[in-house]
Design a protein. Structure first.
Length: 253
């Protein structure tokens, strides 16, 4: 039996257990996609690479074949990093983007060797945590976010890589969805307060994106994001000098 068929069978067996046990007055089931087999195969493929180690594999191999640039910096993170056109913000800089949209800190931790350490950067920036808060991979505690961040930091430092820990960025509710419902500002503040203190404790640099992007109400400034989460070009313009100053400081150490 193929992986896709097995998943369909499993879904068919498990589905009745997840539904409310009552007769309905109106038949109005959730809209189904046209091709369940294709959906199941997509899910099976995703499960084989749940943390997307394959995303940058070919690029990593090409980069490792080149001479190591002593000023190389890896930008490590989620969609906010993934969507950042580093060449536009930092022309001529040997900065490498290894962001993957939707990822949480536990997924990034597994990617550390392939996407950071093996590339032998002088420094790395870590922008992570907003998807943990949003429960992208299920509920997590503050301690779990902290320990994943600590593990990433310790791995980098053990390999002589300078670490820049970037604050979780603020959110706003001016997009289609209310970002504050999934990413409470109070939780963002908790993560950032811990991260700032931890960075000082272990000799990492803290890059305070939050202060650069927040308005007087504690939310993301208007005009720098379309959805209240992901920066647009104007948002990245505010972030660039913050992280560049942190990189300069890290590389001077």
């Amino acid at each position: 039996m193929s992986n896709a068929s097995s998943l369909l069978l499993l879904a068919a067996v498990a589905l009745p257990l997840t539904l409310s046990a009552q007769i309905v007055d109106d038949y109005n089931p959730p809209r189904a996609q046209c091709c369940l087999l294709g959906t199941a195969q997509t899910l099976a493929n995703a499960l084989q690479d749940w943390n997307q180690m394959g995303r940058y594999h070919a690029d990593n191999e090409k980069l490792k074949a080149q001479p190591t640039d002593p000023a190389r910096v890896v930008f490590f993170g989620d969609s906010i990093t993934d969507g950042w056109k580093l060449a536009n913000s930092f022309p001529g800089k040997p900065y490498v983007n290894r962001g993957i949209g939707g990822q949480v800190t536990s997924q990034m931790l597994v990617r550390m060797y392939a996407d950071v350490i093996d590339l032998k950067p002088a420094a790395m920036t870590l922008l992570a945590g907003t998807n943990d808060i949003a429960r992208n991979n299920g509920p997590v505690t503050l301690e779990m976010i902290e320990e994943n961040t600590m593990a990433i930091t310790e791995l980098a430092q053990a390999h002589g890589i300078k670490v820049i820990l970037c604050s979780v960025t603020p959110i706003a509710d001016y997009g289609r969805a209310k970002m504050s419902e999934g990413r409470p500002p109070s939780d963002i503040l908790k993560v950032n307060a811990w991260m700032k203190a931890y960075a000082a404790k272990v000799g990492a640099i803290y890059a305070d994106y939050f202060s650069a992007l927040v308005d007087d109400k504690g939310m993301m400034k208007p005009g720098i994001s379309a959805d209240g989460l992901h920066p647009n070009e104007e948002g990245y313009k505010l972030m660039a000098p913050v992280v560049q100053a942190a990189i300069d400081q890290a590389l001077k150490k």
